[in-house]
Design a protein around this ligand. Structure first.
Ligand code: HEM
Length: 159
């Protein structure tokens, strides 16, 4: 007796008739049929570009965020030096303006797209998903616009 053989009775089921040598797997009907009105492609590549964006923005963020932390918290006297005058000095340079702008945009878009994925994965009701994502997009647009405005309209002589 081979080791793969099992003992006991096995009732023949309906499945048995579905498979034979000529039909090794059952035919699965497509969930919807194409019609003349169906567009050529019903899918875009948005999620693929989103996946790529998370990886690329992550790599750039490592440099931007670690550089930021090093300068703010470690070099030149640590965090105690950070104040209005410090920020004014840094934003006088277009280099640091662009650095902070890139960090703001990439972190917000990366974080928002990541949270979009979390909401899609965990919020089960259509309504809950809709409103959570609406809140997320509103908060993201608000923060990105406000931050961008502050970086470019910052006035070191404000009284
Ligand atoms: C510092 C460098 C960072 C790197 C290298 C990085 C890398 C990544 C990568 C590769 C993913 C995709 C994971 C996946 O698809 O399974 C991801 C997801 C995510 N990231 Fe980042 N990230 C960084 C910073 C940030 C920052 C600053 C935020 C917040 C503003 C953030 C928030 C998120 C969120 C919410 C997700 C989704 C998590 C999930 O799907 O479970 N990340 N990150």
């Amino acid at each position: 007796m081979s080791t793969t053989e099992t003992t006991g009775t096995s009732e023949p089921t309906d499945d048995v008739a579905l498979f034979d040598v000529d039909h090794p797997a059952p035919v699965i009907e497509p969930p919807r049929a194409r019609t003349a009105k169906t567009p050529k492609s019903t899918r875009g590549n948005f999620e693929m570009y989103g996946w790529l964006f998370m990886r690329l923005s992550g790599i750039v963020l490592v440099v931007l965020v670690l550089g930021h932390l090093l300068i703010q918290l470690v070099l030149d006297g640590g965090v105690s030096k950070v104040g209005f005058a410090f920020v004014a000095g840094r934003w006088a340079s277009p280099f640091w303006q662009v650095w902070d702008l890139a960090m703001l945009w990439l972190a917000m878009l990366h974080g928002a797209n990541g949270l979009r994925t979390v909401i899609n994965d965990y919020a089960e009701r259509d309504n809950t998903r809709f409103w959570l994502k609406w809140l997320l997009y509103a908060a993201t647009v608000f923060t990105v616009l406000l931050g961008t405005l502050v970086i470019f309209t910052f006035d070191p002589n404000i009284r």
